[in-house]
Design a protein around this ligand. Structure first.
Ligand code: NBP
Length: 484
């Protein structure tokens, strides 16, 4: 066959990633279930002067067009379409060939598929891709997990087509099957957290400080020059100043958008996985909860007539709020990343993936939605100490959290006193406060568990597990009959 690499699935991501690979000179063969998208892709390549892209219209022709060992990237809708596509292609593929699924897939599905392909000795990888349409075309962050031999086959293509930061491609070998999907899933969870924190900062600027859209945009643009520099801050600046061209009253698009956030599932998976691994991820959970609440628009409108906010709100100098807000956002963000990285570490330990957290931070540095300058420092923290238990206790980040905490507390206090919800700022701060607390009130919780369930407890002064007969009369407490 002519093709060095095949790409099956030519919706937004597939079309753009195919053009990306071909524009780097790789001989790409493309295919899609409905043939019209093949024509579109071939035409786009021709229009861009790309000569190394060929289209075919059946799975059989697709496989036949590839040189052995074959390398196929799938970019079809996650779930059943991936199984259907694998079944069709595997029929023609042979021992030593490789299938790479680039979709946002639930990681156990990738583990299952790799096992299903074992009898045919076809290798399988799950590769997270982040960066949306633009990233796919010009350089995404690529998170491949699967057999190392398979990665080595793909490596020249992946390193060329990923986003580049200086000399370094935003891709690496993540680990065995499942690890790449997992890292992408947590990336998206962190993305939820970042977006929610930015939304809360926007609410403070708009509702407490009373800034107009152009002023808010200017603040975000200014922040984007400092230690918050990141893609999401940059697009927020752009979004806020965008005028609505459907009307000519000088209004802004953002003010016309209904306050209901959609979602596709990866944030929910992150929170489910956090619970599964017993890893606290309160900031990411707060971001997910807020999306659920945003969806209940009708209920909120009704409740707004009934449930009252504070009658008096504190008055704080606006310059102070704006200064504090920047520090609070930085600190709250670090806590959220700490949670996500702990989750990856827990899953990596459990599944023996050997994920390198420094590498995770490095490959998120460019191409993806959460790309930011902060990730450089995060990477450095794990390079300095690969056994680091939590990002917050890296000496540099600890210092930066300690230094910002007064500002952060002032923002949370101000929001709470003003009745402006700040669930992610708050969740991060409580995570920070709980994590740094030597003695939590968990002793009382443990006593209650022992009281009603004889669950026993450990003591601070003696070895072993202990139980106490808490009361003489178990049946009657405060005169209330116990029911169980
Ligand atoms: P979609 O997720 O919208 O999927 C559309 C593609 O799936 C089309 O090529 C469609 O073929 C194909 N397909 C479907 Br639907 N059912 C099929 C079946 N039974 N057999 C074969 N093909 C089938 O595409 P996308 O937005 O480009 O995303 C692709 C993957 O990348 C997804 O997993 C997505 O979560 C992930 N991702 C997307 C983004 C993004 O910004 N969009 C970013 C990062 C990751 P058809 O043309 O014949 O209908």
């Amino acid at each position: 066959g002519y093709g060095e690499v095949g790409l099956y699935g030519l919706a937004v991501m597939g079309q753009n990633f195919a053009l990306n690979m071909a524009s780097h000179g790789f001989k790409v063969v493309v295919c899609n279930r409905s043939p019209a998208k093949v024509d579109t892709t071939v035409k786009r390549a021709a229009d861009e002067g790309i000569t190394t892209l060929t289209g075919v219209k059946s799975p059989k022709d697709f496989v036949a067009a590839l040189s052995k060992p074959r390398k196929v990237i799938l970019l079809v809708m996650a779930g059943k379409p991936v199984d259907d596509t694998i079944a069709q292609l595997a029929e023609y593929m042979e021992e030593g060939d490789l299938i790479v699924d680039g979709g946002n897939e639930w990681f156990p599905n990738s583990v299952r598929r790799s096992k299903e392909l074992e009898p045919k000795k076809i290798m399988f990888m799950g590769m997270g891709i982040s960066g949306g349409e633009e990233g796919a075309r010009n350089g995404p962050s690529l998170m491949p997990g699967g057999p190392k031999v398979g990665y080595d086959m793909m490596e020249p293509i992946l390193t060329k087509c990923a986003a580049q930061i200086g000399e370094e491609p935003c891709t690496t070998y993540c680990g065995e099957i499942g690890s790449g999907n997992y890292i992408k899933m947590v990336h998206n969870g962190i993305e939820y957290g970042d977006m929610q924190l930015i939304a809360e900062a926007y609410a403070v600027m708009k509702q407490i400080v009373g800034l107009d859209n152009d002023k808010m945009s200017a603040h975000f643009a200014e922040w984007n020059k400092g230690d918050l520099a990141s893609y999401l801050i940059q697009i927020t600046a752009d979004i806020l100043k965008k005028k609505d061209d459907k009307t000519d009253d000088g209004s802004y698009v953002v003010d016309k958008i209904l306050d209901k956030t959609g979602m596709k599932g990866t944030g929910r998976w992150t929170v489910q996985e956090a619970a599964e691994q017993s890893v606290p991820a309160p900031t990411i959970a707060a971001a997910l909860d807020t999306r659920f609440l945003s969806g209940r628009k009708d209920e909120r409108v009704a409740a707004s007539l009934l449930l009252k906010g504070p009658s008096e709100v504190p008055s704080v100098a606006h310059e102070q709020i704006m200064e504090d807000l920047q520090a609070a956002l930085y600190a709250a963000k670090i806590c959220s990343y700490a949670q996500g990285l702990c989750l990856i570490k827990a899953a990596s330990d459990k599944n023996s993936w050997n994920v390198d957290l420094g590498e995770c931070c490095r490959i998120w540095r460019g191409g993806c939605i959460i790309r930011s300058v902060q990730l450089d420092h995060m990477k450095a923290a794990f390079v300095k100490d690969p056994t680091l238990k939590n990002l917050m206790i890296d000496p540099d980040f600890a210092a930066s959290l300690n230094q910002r905490q007064a500002a952060w507390r002032r923002i949370v206090t101000l929001c709470i006193a003003s009745g402006i919800p700040c669930p992610a700022f708050c969740a991060s701060l409580n995570y920070f406060d709980s994590y740094r607390t030597k003695n939590l009130p968990a002793n009382l919780t443990q006593a209650q568990r022992d009281f009603f369930g004889a669950h026993t407890f450990e003591r601070t002064d003696m070895e072993g597990s202990h139980h106490v007969e808490w009361t003489d009369d178990h049946k009657k407490i405060d005169g209330i009959e116990e029911r169980t």
